[in-house]
Write a protein that binds this ligand. Structure first.
Ligand SMILES: [Zn+2]
Length: 267
């Protein structure tokens, strides 16, 4: 029975993931998100239902369009698999039980993770985070805090303050750097991270995002240097939003809060 539930939840998440692919591609481009069948970008062939089955279509077609054999971006199956994993994670992290609050916490957690997938993909592709995504995530994280308040009977004031605190931190960077180090979109994203994690884990997730971001930037620079044999410097622009979400996930998955980081650094 458990296997059936897990499989169903993964499939549900993968289907949402294939919808997220459409959202990331079409949002803010003037194209309708709900109307218009998906087409191949190379030959314009309208895709039939069996070419739109999450993950499987990509596998069975060998990652190529059936019409023109041109390569399909690996972004599609990656987001579909992420969607499936996000739904599973939400199921495992949701409040236990079968009551309305458990269901609500599952739905909100899943929505938050789906939004973070969309933000990651959109930021990587367009180097910007739409307000609709970041404020949507903030509203969901706040609602999640409300559900947990209702379930436990106590409001976590520290967590309530953590959203605006992290927003102010990134907003400060945005202000003093005049938007060159951080975008205001990163500050808006930090709002939901603070509300979802609380202050201690939230600050830890920010540190983790700086470290993973720096590690990635150094690795990218090194690879570029080897490839081109002439240092290209720091020109290539790397969006920070995806690293904030990596930090969020690391903190959540491994329960890393600021105490865990301090005790790790003290060793
Ligand atoms: Zn094609």
């Amino acid at each position: 029975m458990d296997h059936f539930i897990f499989a169903s939840i993964f499939v549900f998440g993968a289907i949402i993931g294939s919808f997220l692919n459409v959202v990331v591609l079409r949002f803010d481009t003037g194209a309708s998100i709900s109307r218009g069948r998906s087409k191949c970008f190379s030959c314009g062939k309208t895709l039939s239902w069996y070419e739109l089955v999450p993950i499987f279509s990509f596998l069975f077609q060998g990652g190529r369009c059936k019409g023109c054999r041109s390569k399909i971006s690996w972004q599609y199956p990656a987001i579909e698999i992420s969607g499936g994993l996000a739904a599973l994670a939400a199921y495992l992290w949701a409040l236990p039980g079968q009551g309305a609050l458990s269901v609500a916490s599952f739905a909100l957690l899943a929505a938050l993770l789906f939004l973070y997938i969309a933000i990651t993909a959109y930021d990587l592709r367009h180097k910007i985070i739409p307000d609709e995504f970041s404020y949507g995530a903030a509203a969901v994280a706040l609602a999640l805090l409300g559900v947990e308040w209702a379930a436990t009977g106590t409001l976590d004031f520290g967590r309530l303050a953590a959203g605006p605190a992290l927003f102010a931190f990134f907003g400060f960077f945005w202000l003093v750097s005049k938007g060159t180090w951080m975008g205001l979109g990163d500050a808006k994203l930090a709002l939901s991270i603070g509300w979802a994690l609380g202050l201690s884990a939230g600050v830890a997730s920010v540190l983790l995002s700086f470290w993973t971001g720096a590690a990635f930037a150094f690795a990218a620079m090194a690879i570029q240097k080897i490839r081109s044999r002439r240092g290209l410097g720091l020109k290539s622009e790397i969006p920070f939003g995806p690293f904030m979400i990596v930090g969020f996930l690391l903190s959540l998955l491994f329960r890393i809060d600021i105490q865990a980081i301090l005790s790790f650094l003290a060793v």
